[in-house]
Design a binder for this molecule. Sequence first.
Ligand SMILES: Cc1cc2nc3c(=O)[nH]c(=O)nc-3n(C[C@H](O)[C@H](O)[C@H](O)COP(=O)(O)O)c2cc1C
Length: 194
Amino acid sequence: MRNVAVVISSTRPSRFADKPAKWVVDRLQSEDDVDVDLIDLRDHPLPPFDQAVSPAYAQRDYSTPEVARFGERIDRADAFVILAAEYNHGYTGALKNAMDHTFVEWQHKPVSFVGWGGVGGARAIEQLRLVSVEFEMAPLRHAVHILPDLMLPAMQAPEPFDPALFAALDDKLDKLVADLLWWTEALASARAYA
Ligand SMILES: Cc1cc2nc3c(=O)[nH]c(=O)nc-3n(C[C@H](O)[C@H](O)[C@H](O)COP(=O)(O)O)c2cc1C
């Protein structure tokens, strides 16, 4: 059984992120042999990173119990889908701060991206790909971009949210999942022999 973490990168009370989160989690849960861990950064309010040594070197020397709880959760994952809100042409500060508290917990694991916004979160996702390489992750090609044609109707849809509103992107999500699970197996095997 592989653990795939779906990371919600935005924390605003009125966030859109919960809609793609439901769609992506439902899709992953339809896979055999996959445990899905929905990691909501709202549940991990971390202090601004202020340690003397980068976690790349300090390695799980957590500064607070809350940082330890977050780091241990990232450690348990075999792969990630980052749900990427785009703020001012970048990804969210909450996600950057959380990632800066950790390092080896993400290392040698694949990561895929689902974004939304005016250009489907493309600029945030491209930045996250660069940062993922620094974390020695494997950022994958098959992202899903939710553009305004689907985002705006989804924003106005009644609750509970019906993920069928993203059905036009189901093929793209299928491709993302297939590719992510291939890399999940490949890198889990490689880590086992490292
Ligand atoms: C501070 C801020 C900056 C934003 N900047 C962008 C942007 O650069 N590009 C974009 O497509 N949307 C931008 N938006 C609109 C977001 O795409 C939209 O609010 C989206 O719902 C954000 O995700 P969230 O609701 O999960 O926080 C911005 C929104 C906020 C709150």
